[in-house]
Design a protein around this ligand. Structure first.
Ligand SMILES: *Cc1c(COP(=O)(O)O)cnc(C)c1O
Length: 374
């Protein structure tokens, strides 16, 4: 079965990892520092904190932004559940705003309609690798004293109006799962523009440990001394993983280029084919295409999905609207709330998309799909 996504591992990646295994630091060592530095550099020069997954990154981000009971978090239903669940688990109320009909990105007009003085965070998702409209979202957040969060699990390496992902929202979260734009196995990162938020993120992912003597409540204990001022988790990414990430970062441009080529090949083949709709792209966004979400028209998505799988093509559906999950319906969320997201879901299939996909693989997917809908 041709997978829909997979990692690309080079001999250099393998050497980078084995060098760590032969060295002194398996975790909390120099590879972690170097990886965080390198992520910060591609993300607008802001401080990055590495962590064990994209989900951990969301937990850390919401914690660093102080999300808790009584707060509202406005987000998109067209995402992986973690974007919403990591705020819900802290006691915040999740308010789903609909997506734009064409891009499936959080619609600023829908956000404007639901923000209140309780809104703490507006969390957008760069669905498929295409950045959301942060220049429209940020003023809405500012007007109610909220912060913007970019769930950039799909879009690492992309740009918006010439600015890199990581420089678009107050806080950005990334995932380095094997199907994502670069991998550390499991892994993720949080990037924060405000150094105080970045420091909170760092401390939360390090069990809340404070090491700066200037901030100690008690100052005369001894050199072993540290304090914990707020509860945290151990979400540290290892040097083994960070060395892989550092090595992968060297190929991020190459990965993005290949993903762009594959997208163009699909777009060209599907343009004008009845029954298919290709992904929308804003002219001011340079996406790091993580998914290729094609839309199957005429109510045939389920049938076409099944036949693609039968043909050995490992398609996926991204995503089930988040509030359809029983954990949300049990809280009273109802179908019909975000019609654009539901329509998009009803039509969407993610085709195979990863850097090592050959042109021959892409052509086989194209021929099979056109054969099914044509
Ligand atoms: C993958 C993903 C996550 C979670 O990342 P993990 O590393 O799998 O925990 C969060 N949000 C989105 C949009 C994702 O695609």
């Amino acid at each position: 079965m041709l997978p829909y996504g997979r990692q690309s591992i080079s001999e250099e990646d393998i050497e980078a990892v084995t060098a760590i295994l032969r060295g002194d630091w398996l975790t909390t060592g120099p590879a972690v520092t170097a990886f965080e530095q390198a992520i910060g550099e591609i993300a607008g020069g802001h401080r990055a904190v590495s962590c064990t997954s994209g989900t951990a990154a969301l937990d850390i981000a919401y914690s660093a932004l102080g999300v808790g009971p009584g707060d509202e978090v406005v987000t998109t239903p067209m995402t992986f559940v973690a974007t919403a669940s990591c705020a819900a688990i802290k006691g915040a109320k999740i308010v789903f705003a609909d997506v734009e009909e064409d891009t499936a990105l959080l619609d600023p007009a829908a956000v404007q309609a639901v923000v209140t003085d309780r809104t703490k965070v507006i969390a957008a998702v760069d669905y498929a690798g295409h950045a959301a409209d942060y220049d429209a979202l940020q003023p809405i957040a500012d007007s109610v004293g909220a912060k913007t969060l970019a769930d950039a699990a799909h879009s690492v390496g992309g740009t918006y109006k010439g600015r890199p992902v990581g420089d678009l929202a107050d806080v950005t979260t990334m995932s380095f799962f094997p199907t994502k734009n670069l991998t550390t196995g499991e892994g993720g990162a949080v990037v924060a523009k405000d150094p105080a938020v970045a420091q909170k993120a760092h401390e939360f992912h390090f069990i809340g440990v404070v090491r700066d003597p200037e901030r100690f409540r008690v100052t005369d204990e001894g050199p072993w001394y540290y304090e914990v001022h707020e509860f945290g988790q151990n979400y540290r990414l290892t040097d083994v993983a960070c060395a892989l990430g550092l090595s992968q970062l060297k190929r991020l441009d190459e990965f993005k280029k290949r993903r762009t080529e594959i997208t163009a090949r699909y777009n060209e083949a599907f343009a004008g084919v009845d029954g298919l709709r290709t992904p929308a792209q804003r002219e001011y966004v340079d996406p790091a295409w993580h998914l290729y979400p094609v839309r199957i028209l005429g109510g045939r998505r389920k049938e076409v999905f099944g036949k693609l799988r039968e043909a050995g093509i490992g398609v996926q559906v991204n995503y089930i609207p988040v509030y359809w999950h029983p954990v949300f319906t049990d809280l009273g969320y109802q179908r019909g709330m975000c019609p654009n997201a539901e329509q998009f879901y009803a039509e969407e299939i993610s085709l195979p998309m990863f850097p090592d996909l050959t042109d021959g693989d892409v052509d086989r997917v194209i021929e099979t799909l056109i054969g099914l809908v044509g």
